[in-house]
Design a protein around this ligand. Sequence first.
Ligand SMILES: *Cc1c(COP(=O)(O)O)cnc(C)c1O
Length: 403
Amino acid sequence: MRLTAPNPTEMPTMQDDFELHLETLAIRAGQERSQFGEHAEALYLTSSFVADNAAQAAARFTGVEPGYIYSRFTNPTVTQFQERLAALEGAEAAVATASGMSAILALCMGHLKAGDHILASAGMFGATIQLFNNWLGKFGVSASYVDATNPAAWAAAVKPETRLFYLETPSNPLTEVADIAAIAAVAHAHQALMVVDNCFCSPALQQPLKHGADLVIHSATKYIDGQGRVLGGAVVGSKALIEPVYQFLRTAGPTLSAFNAWVLTKGLETLGIRMKAHCENALALAQWLEAQPAVEKVYYPGLPSHPQHELAKRQQSGGGGVVSFELKGGKDAAWKLIDAVQLLSRTANLGDVKTTITHPYTTTHGRISPEAKAAAGIREGLVRISVGLEHIEDIQRDLARGL
Ligand SMILES: *Cc1c(COP(=O)(O)O)cnc(C)c1O
């Protein structure tokens, strides 16, 4: 692991004589110190980099010599973030993007061509479904959707032209848990790539590559930032699979800004401890909601009543911070609850220290057809809460106003 500048004569590098824990990697991995020896990670706000002479500029542009050229290609602050995130996922490489959606776009541009097919899970982030259907569809890439919780359904739906398996686990908003290893085995039997959107867990709770995934997608906007400040995303995996994604980004430009990379790097430092606290609060809230008479059903992988609770315990080291629940009174009851809260934020963002509450049917999944919503199991009485780090009793009291 590199802790310092790549110049070994001036700064010591650490011997990899023992494997560092995730909490340590989150604070130490990827830091590249400048000649000033700064303790915190430096923020390099510069669009381009200067070469010593014409030959060096030429060598850098052709890739013969490593070195920074232009921040659309890469920037030292972005590199630090990429290396740290890759270390946390147990991956060789990562490439950062301007948002989670641009990570998914870059993945598809790097790995798909006209005629290819994506097989994806039915209960996914709304914009991902729109990207696959409305935008990639214009260029001859097709997509179809299956029940993520049933590996046999994936095997039955695969086509000769399927190049990509794509899933979220736990899913948004119903927190369905998919068996990564079982579905990866199906993908690999058909020479398809297995991609997991790891936004809900973050590497602190789940490392999909260890279960057989080829690539991991992140919306760093969520738990990686953790404080609702910036947008960002990443694709994580082997060097060989990241390279085409990087080439698309370098050309097309939805790269992560240095400032956002710096914020996200600092976010990673507290990721482990935040995720533990999110899980603790979310479990307490889910248990409390299960006891409320107005609540019909609670969706949370940490509850024994969750249909994939045992799988979640094997695959994740915690239930995560998102709790969804169905109210008996349908949309009226959901809107009444959302309007009654005074502390919780009425916003669709998730993964924040602040607890947020949203009505997926009319917000995050509002632009999806009623049939697609029905297929994904998104009903009108569904409410999604991203449980933050306020005191659990205050969150419960705020919700009690509208229950
Ligand atoms: C938010 C989100 C995205 C998209 O990320 P942005 O940073 O908003 O572009 C993708 N997948 C999941 C599961 C998300 O929650």
